[in-house]
Write a protein that binds this ligand. Sequence first.
Ligand SMILES: [Zn+2]
Ligand SMILES: [Zn+2]
Length: 157
Amino acid sequence: MTNRDAAPTVGEVSDESTFMDQIRGSGLRVTRPRVAVLEAVHSHPHADTDTIVGAVRSTLPDVSTQAVYDVLRALTTARLIRRIQPSGLVSRYEARINDNHHHVVCRQCGTIGDVDCAIGESPCLTPSNNQGFVVDEAEVIYWGLCPDCSAAQPETA
Ligand SMILES: [Zn+2]
Ligand SMILES: [Zn+2]
């Protein structure tokens, strides 16, 4: 049933059949809401749920918020998308997965940017003491002010 040989070339490909292949390849049944949500996450990196609901409704006007929540959970579990939740912010979703990249977050406006993995493979960072754990992932959040917010900041004497 699943045909992994037919996997599309990795890159900027983002047409509907690619999304259907991804969903099928992860063992999930292909449904229109799943395709629409995956597409929305691809075109709105680091979007929150409200933004994704809005984007999905532009193609599927009748989809419920709960249905979008359910699909986001299923796609996250299937590792087709990744959920990030910097403290103090609502959950955001992104389709850039499996590269162990990190995030820079604006403390003031919540803007999120991608920061490449420092060494190019996970785990990016080696803990000084792994306490016997086999560590396979490191997720770093760099906090600060985005260019807009730091430009608006009054000069500190
Ligand atoms: Zn900002
Ligand atoms: Zn990201």
